[in-house]
Design a protein around this ligand. Structure first.
Ligand code: ACM
Length: 685
């Protein structure tokens, strides 16, 4: 049905002078005409056939909106009608809606209150468009819309642990999420630097770990990662009482947003272990961040907490985290090893999966569904689990192919990366994800099988707050990229169009600023690394170099000729123009077609401390006429600054006169265990 509507919309697009009405996310089908509906006196009458609580709630929302509307009881007298018509078979989702605006008013239809809510959101987008700017009058353009979401999970994730973000901030963002038809708020409620919601049975969680004496997360880490009492003179932090949680859940529900709580276990639990040290393998606080999986008290603790969680959160899905546990503690713990032996498990990965399965059984018995980060797959995936694929999309594809539901949220959805030149942008996790890259992300990749496709429920934008400490900084990272997340989830891929979206996003940034949101100023975007935008001609282009040891299969770039393809890498090392060497030197030799005069050689390396990508500790460039006798052209040692958290690019070069057929470059690894070397183009001129 959707494809048919799409086809019709394309035909109409050809036959009509369609005006580009600005709506994010872009509707499935939109046919506009010249003209408008504008009520006399500037106020429209409104009728809805919704009943009971849904009626009250929708009318409450409408009365707080910017549309001047007066509710009437007589449908025939209404200009704007919001009607439930459950019979229309074209609705593919409870969120689908139709709108028809004529010179006499607007008719909106849906089979569910959610659809009507979204129809109204679209009216808010349309209101005043086509009017001369600044007239401020209520009017609607003449248009027919049929709209339905491509994907059912369209989320915004917020970490309130690394830095604390309170109730007013969350509500303010939820308002905007509803405008973009996002319907999931994934609330990351605990992590190493603080437990953030009241659990009646475990008061120490908030009494002793919701505050710390250092404001910045990094300072907290450097100072030893300890907690303090709320009365400490430098106390920083906070938590949500159960009353606060209920208030936010209810606030979100009225905006048709489900709040999915995350209790991140068994890793990221430093705060838990500070409050209840007996839950760690050693029995001592502040030694690690992993719950002991050989201790029955751990299972009791988690299910006790979940008992309170499910009483507060009606969400069908409960997120149990599962990411980034340092499993080595379980290797050394006799209690964990005893479980491995007793249960016939083969290793600590399976131990984590055994634990996840027990939690899943508990959630199933309580009519809830388990969702976790993709590490829950490492030791075998629980039978009913839903996977949040964040270490790329491959885990998600694999889980979906095995019949599991999946939410895609790889790096393109990590809104803690800079969205412009990362060397000058406000601090983030260190990477570069401009609006363009977030928008280009397709959560349902072409490579996925037809059977697996329906298992991709959707996507979400993640805001991790290690380096985001203020509300204005958080908003800066969220907007306008969350608009791209929304459109990726809602709009059919065939309807997506970067030029159109970019123009809409520019206008949306003005709207956001006017509403008091500190959105990134897209109109002054500098764009990608200058070197990456123009090809560089040189003698080695097209010649595949030889490598003493090959790049890591994790970062092969576009193959072995990545270094000689004329293209330098962007700020983002994941885009295929950078190749990476793990714990290794980069030694590469180019053999030119013939003996040639050489006067300039250069190569760039990247440093990104958060990803353990370091500059080399030295670069040597050698030349040879025959491939046997070498002369050293340059030998430049480099002192790697491991404490420099900023992304940086360093060029190593040689200038002079030489005649050579073979050029060899040797970049020495920084020497730090687990570290990476990343380079993009070996330029020989
Ligand atoms: C994650 O980013 N650790 C899920």
């Amino acid at each position: 049905m959707k494809r048919l509507i799409l086809l019709l919309s394309l035909i109409f697009a050809l036959s009509l002078q369609a005006q580009d009405l600005r709506v994010i996310p872009y509707p499935l089908y939109m046919e506009s005409q010249e003209g408008m509906y504008a009520p006399r006196g500037g106020v429209s009458t409104l009728y809805t056939n919704l009943k009971g609580k849904s009626r009250t709630e929708l009318l409450d929302f409408i009365s707080s909106s910017s549309l001047p509307l007066k509710v009437v009881k007589n449908q025939a007298k209404a200009h704007v009608r919001l009607l439930i018509d459950g019979l229309d078979p074209s609705y593919t989702s409870p969120e689908s809606y139709r709108i028809e605006i004529t010179p006499h008013g607007a008719d909106c239809y849906a089979c569910d209150e959610r659809g009507l809510f979204y129809a109204f959101q679209t009216l808010l987008w349309l209101d005043g468009q086509n009017m001369p700017a600044g007239t401020g009058e209520h009017s609607l353009p003449l248009v027919k819309i049929f709209d339905t979401p491509e994907l059912q999970w369209r989320g915004w994730h917020m970490d309130v642990s690394r830095h604390f973000f309170g109730k007013a901030f969350i509500k303010k963002q939820l308002q905007m999420m509803a405008r973009y038809k996002l319907n999931v708020f994934h609330w990351h409620l605990n992590d190493d630097p603080g437990w953030r919601f009241e659990v009646k049975k475990y008061p120490e969680l908030t009494d002793s770990t919701a505050y710390r004496a250092e404001y910045l997360w990094e300072d907290w880490g450097r100072a030893g990662g300890r907690f303090c009492a709320d009365k400490h003179p430098n106390a920083y932090g906070g938590y949500f009482t159960q009353k606060d949680v209920k208030e936010i859940v209810e606030y979100a529900r009225r905006l048709h947003i489900t709040v999915v709580p995350e209790i991140d276990v068994p890793g990221h639990s430093r705060a838990v272990l500070a409050a209840y040290p007996h839950l760690s393998c050693s029995g001592r606080a502040y030694e690690n961040s992993e719950l002991c999986l050989g201790n029955e008290d751990t299972y009791r603790f988690v299910t006790d907490v979940l008992e309170e969680v499910i009483a507060l959160f009606p969400s069908e899905y409960i997120h149990i985290g599962g990411d980034e546990a340092d499993r080595s503690h379980w290797e050394r713990c006799p209690k964990c090893q005893e479980v491995i032996r007793r249960e016939g498990l083969s290793d600590v990965k399976e131990l984590q999966s055994w634990f996840t399965l027990r939690i899943e059984d508990w959630l199933t018995a309580h009519n809830r569904k388990l969702i976790g980060w993709d590490e829950i797959m490492d030791g075998g995936l629980s039978p009913r689990a839903t996977v949040m694929s964040w270490r790329g999309i491959e885990k998600g594809i694999s889980a979906a192919s095995d019949g599991h539901d999946v939410i895609m949220t790889p790096w393109q959805c990590y809104l803690d990366n800079a969205q412009d030149d990362p060397t000058t942008e406000p601090r983030g996790v260190g990477g570069y994800v401009p609006l363009r890259l977030t928008y280009a992300f397709n959560p349902v990749p072409d490579t996925i099988s037809l059977q697996a496709r329906p298992h991709i429920l959707g996507l979400q934008g993640n805001v991790w707050t290690e380096r985001i400490s203020t509300e204005s900084h958080a908003e800066y990272m969220i907007y306008p990229r969350i608009c791209a997340i929304a459109e990726n989830g809602w709009t059919a891929p065939e309807r997506k169009d970067w030029e159109r979206f970019h123009a809409f996003a520019l206008a949306e940034v003005d709207f956001l600023h006017a509403k008091g949101y500190n959105a990134f100023n897209l109109s002054t975007e500098k764009g990608d690394r200058a070197e990456a935008t123009t090809p560089i001609a040189h003698l080695a282009v097209g010649i595949t170099p030889t490598f003493t040891s090959l790049p890591s299969p994790k970062y092969p770039g576009k193959g072995l000729s990545t270094l000689t393809d004329e293209e330098r890498g962007s700020y983002n090392y994941q885009e295929g123009q950078w190749i990476g060497f793990e714990n290794d030197d980069c030694e590469v030799t180019v053999q030119l077609d013939s003996l040639q005069p050489i006067h300039h050689i250069e190569i760039d390396f990247m440093q990104r401390a958060d990803q353990w990508i370091w500059l080399p500790s030295g670069v040597q460039i050698c030349a040879s006429e025959d491939g046997e006798h070498w002369s050293v052209l340059s030998n430049e040692p480099w002192e790697v600054d491991f404490d420099d958290p900023t992304i940086r690019f360093q060029r190593f070069s040689w200038d002079g006169e030489a005649t050579a057929r073979f050029i060899r470059l040797t970049a020495k690894s920084s020497g730090r265990q687990g570290g990476w070397l990343f380079t993009d183009e070996f330029v020989i001129q």
